[in-house]
Write a protein that binds this ligand. Sequence first.
Ligand code: SAH
Length: 374
Amino acid sequence: MTEQTPLTSLLKSQIQATGPLTVPEFMTLALQHPEHGYYRQREAIGAAADFVTAPEISQVFGELVGLWLVQRWIDLGQPSRVLLLEFGPGKGTLMADALRAASAMPGFLTAVELVLVETNQTLRRVQADTLSAYSPRWIESLSAFEADAPVLVIGNEFIDVLPTAQFAVANGQWFERLVALDEAGGLAFVLGQPKTPVLPLLPKPEDGLFYEIMPSLPGFLKDLSSILSAHAGAALFIDYAHDGAAAGWSLQAIQNHEKVDPLAAVGEADLTTLVDFEAAGTFAAEVGLTAPAPVTQRDFLLVLGAWQRFEMLAESAPDDAPALLQSLQRLVGKAQMGNRFKAWTCHFPATLPAPAGFPTDTESGTGTSGASNA
Ligand code: SAH
């Protein structure tokens, strides 16, 4: 049963006026509508809100990302100015933990100019509190941003909010999943003629194939490439991701930590899809970036020293050790976030040293250290 929200009525009148909406059109309205969009106002993240993210689970996550950033800054030749951008910083926890850990590196914090890409005004206020020591500035998107220095970029659970188009093959041809009205006038998914202009990017139509694609991902990576290649730079994204190419549909809605029907409570639940880092790698290469294959969050964090960091924390606060271990397991456990989340990186120029936490071509691709029973 779909709940009537201000956005449900708006969607229905729009469908009546101009026909079914594509899933990207639906997601854009549900998440970014200026007045009622999910990401416009509410504070969605945290135990008392709709979902919990890795940096909110354990400080180790942000600290290791901080060490990764320091290593990349060294790889860039320790420039005296570096623009540090975070996409979708949430409560600012990831960046606060990262910069606290990175402050151990002389010169890094002095070089950093912090830029936060955030559309949510409520979260901007939270970020202003958490990160006041680093005098951040905010932008809405990359469109008006010019990089006048080397750039480092991070984003955790950011790409997964980009709108996704969904397709399926029937009778040898592609159909697109659309949001329409059913006989009772409620919102319903149907299959119709493809409307999102991405057909050239779809694989050969084979019966039974389901596929999804983020139509704004190529443009996003083009904008990213223009800021990374203005001087030099590297980006790190971590997301709940497809294993390999995006065969299958993964749109899901989360409200109060529970999965809900994406068409119920429109604007009041978070909507995400799995990220196709294989496609991201292809698009990134097309715009001149170097993008190694993604690794699991588990391998990324363990290679960067998650286990060693846990041991240090547990030693200084033995009473907290069980809770610390539990949070580490949530991040790296194979059945928890460890294998489902993937880390992906890209950089410019190609001659930059291989990024920390990602196996080089000569390694096996499963470079895990210690803690294999986590
Ligand atoms: N990185 C944080 C939050 C992830 S939730 C963490 O790991 O806890 C997604 C974040 O992206 C939120 O801060 C949300 O407000 C922001 N966001 C969503 N859509 C966006 C867009 N189009 N542009 C910029 N930020 C966006």
